[in-house]
Ligand binder design. Structure first.
Ligand SMILES: Nc1ncnc2c1ncn2[C@@H]1O[C@H](COP(=O)(O)OP(=O)(O)OP(=O)(O)O)[C@@H](O)[C@H]1O
Ligand SMILES: [Mg+2]
Length: 301
């Protein structure tokens, strides 16, 4: 993991402090400490996140879709060598589903711990995914956990002290229809990092690492296509629907199975738009970059 930070050119002073942290807080056996499937690429964002977490702060990662917010959160947990608890937040999330509640077991009342309770006990990283989707009533149980009090205060129970290694990382997408504003009291309890969409250089690095067999010429063509769509969306010629890195990666994975690039890009990117007129515009861009039939394989043998 330290090698990865070096590759990303992370400030040496930060790397040193991460090392000190890891030494002080010895790793213990935990199946929730997992190596992430993807690396996060983005030096500035990583440095801001590392500094805030080293300072003991909680993080809120905001940004457009598929900018790597969850990938970043998982990498951070791994860098700090902490167990991860993923919590998807939605309108029906309530305090009990976060912290826990009494349930019956073998005819007796027992307290079943929720993910926040467990993360607080173990000094884990609780990833509060789409935190803005939850209702304020559900979130208010976290207020005391997120500020200097560092306790869980669940009405009718003893207060639970939170292990000092515990961190909360919220993720929040704006731009999707139906996303809600985050209330001020909650926003105040986080350091907020705006995760920008990936740079040209980092996208190149990501595709090289993820698809080492992909021929360079096609890698460049995919990036070129993605960048044109991004530009068209920024100029309001098309919506942001097809500007979807998740879709591009999915399309290349489908090409590995054997579907033609043209068709794979259609199902991965073009069809993300449900507007006939817009889909034609996206298809025009695709046609200008990829012929419907490519004779050779886009992968090295
Ligand atoms: N900067 C980046 N570094 C590494 N991977 C990235 C980056 N940006 C996007 N990705 C890739 O995009 C995909 C989506 O990542 P992720 O799920 O973390 O996005 P997200 O920001 O949480 O999206 P959403 O807001 O839609 O939930 C992953 O395959 C990830 O590898
Ligand atoms: Mg996400």
């Amino acid at each position: 993991m330290i090698d990865y930070l070096r590759e990303e050119n992370i400030d040496e002073n930060l790397i040193r402090q991460v090392k000190v942290y890891r030494k002080k807080n010895k790793a213990y056996e935990n199946r929730r400490i997992r190596k992430p499937q993807y690396k996060f690429y983005g030096k500035e964002v990583l440095e801001e996140a590392l500094a805030a977490l080293l300072a003991g702060k909680n993080l809120l990662l905001t940004g457009a879709k598929a900018t790597g917010k969850n990938v970043l959160a998982e990498n951070l947990a791994y860098i700090f060598n902490r167990p991860v608890y993923n919590v998807s937040m939605h309108v029906n999330t309530d305090a009990a589903s976060l912290v826990g509640a009494d349930t019956f077991k073998d005819g007796e009342v027992v307290f079943r711990k929720g993910p926040i309770y467990k993360a607080a006990e173990e000094g884990g990283f609780a990833i509060l995914d789409e935190i803005n989707m939850a209702k304020n009533e559900a979130i208010s149980v976290l207020h005391a956990s997120l500020d200097y009090r560092k306790i869980i205060d669940l009405a009718g129970y003893d207060q639970i002290e939170i292990d000092p290694n515990t961190r909360f990382i919220g993720t929040m997408n704006y731009g999707y229809i139906g996303t809600r504003e985050l209330n001020e009291a909650l926003a105040s309890r986080f350091m907020i990092i705006h995760v920008p969409s990936i740079t040209y250089e980092n996208l190149d690095k990501l595709l090289r690492d993820t698809f080492p067999r992909l021929k360079q010429k096609y890698r460049k063509a995919f990036i070129d296509l993605f960048e044109s769509l991004r530009l068209k969306s920024e100029n309001n010629e098309i919506s942001s629907r097809s500007v979807d890195l998740r879709g591009l990666i999915g399309a290349i994975e489908t090409m590995e199975i054997g579907l033609s690039p043209y068709k794979a890009l259609q199902i991965g990117l073009v069809n993300k738009s449900f507007d006939d007129f817009e889909r034609e515009l996206i298809l025009d861009t695709l046609r200008s970059k990829f012929p419907e039939d490519i004779e050779e394989s886009i992968f090295d043998e």
